[in-house]
Write a protein that binds this ligand. Structure first.
Ligand code: NDP
Ligand code: 8X3
Length: 250
């Protein structure tokens, strides 16, 4: 197999950073993107493989297009796109939720993922190879109180991934939706807007998934033989499962 190039969004933390480490150990060239350039630079220094940094807010369509048009020649054939940048904001019921939070989630988890995909995909179909890994969530399939807009953005990611597969069928391009459950990263710190005690309480008494667990899965999915497409992969900590229907009794 030729040396490949992986573009990872949200590489400054959590799953994205762990994916960068996973691919670097295996000698891949990396394009790492996030808003926090300092973190990307520190990570790049550690990795020991060619890295192109793109400081980018995925919500900014023009910035995404400019950054992707400006990828240096050595990195320009993206073999794997890990559409990972994303977030949840808040856990309030829909009738109390903050509209600004909803907009940020839609703009990041849905529109940002669309901007990246639409720019990268034509190169993949032209080369007749490539793999798009979208970071969904269990929240995209399973409802929970306060999951409202966040879960809906991840349901979008799941269905968009399936629809993408239909469109690229016959081109050799693969598409996978990864749907993790509870994983301890900066996710809850972001969701609870810096309230660190509340964030860490999310994981009390649970051996949650780690970012490295998810990176192993993303890496494994993309290193399958080219005739194998994993469509959807859901993973939870062993201690997490679904719950019964809730009934509001009189
Ligand atoms: P982290 O908060 O640790 O990482 C999120 C990453 O997304 C950061 O690198 C952040 O970088 C980046 N990001 C957020 N907003 C933007 C933006 N507007 N533009 C560019 N980059 C952005 O969380 P996780 O690693 O846990 O989350 C990664 C993905 O996994 C998300 O899509 C999340 O929804 C999903 N997920 C997480 C689960 C969990 O329990 N942890 C479970 C299921 C799915 P920066 O702030 O520097 O821009
Ligand atoms: C993150 C997992 O259960 O907090 O997508 O929504 S959950």
């Amino acid at each position: 197999m030729d040396k490949k190039t992986v573009l990872i969004t949200g590489a400054s933390s959590g799953f994205g950073e762990a994916c960068a480490r996973w691919y670097a150990v295996r000698g891949f060239s990396l394009i790492l993107s996030a808003r926090r350039r300092d973190r990307l630079e520190r990570l790049a220094e550690e990795l020991g493989v060619p890295v192109h940094i793109m400081q980018l807010d995925v919500r900014d369509r023009k910035a995404v297009e400019k950054a992707l048009d400006g990828i240096p020649e050595d990195f320009s054939s993206v073999d794997i796109l890990v559409n990972n940048a994303g977030l949840a904001l808040g856990l309030l019921p829909a009738h109390e939720a903050d509209m600004d939070d909803w907009e940020v989630m839609v703009d990041t988890n849905i529109k940002g993922l669309l901007y990246m995909t639409r720019k990268i995909l034509p190169g993949m179909t032209a080369r007749r190879r490539g793999h798009i890994v979208n970071m969904g969530s269990v929240a995209g399939s399973w409802p929970y109180p306060g999951g409202n807009a966040y879960g809906a953005t991840k349901a979008f990611v799941e269905q968009f991934s399936r629809n993408l597969r239909c469109d690229v069928q016959g081109t050799g391009v693969r598409v996978t939706n990864i749907a993790p459950g509870m994983a301890e990263t900066e996710f809850s710190l972001v969701r609870f807007k810096g309230a660190s005690e509340k964030a860490s309480a999310t994981y009390d008494g649970v051996k949650a998934l780690t970012a490295a667990d998810i990176a192993d899965i993303v890496g494994w999915v993309t290193l399958q033989p080219e005739h194998v497409n994993i469509n959807h992969l859901e993973v939870m900590p062993t201690q997490q499962a679904w719950s019964a229907f809730a009934v509001a009794r009189e």
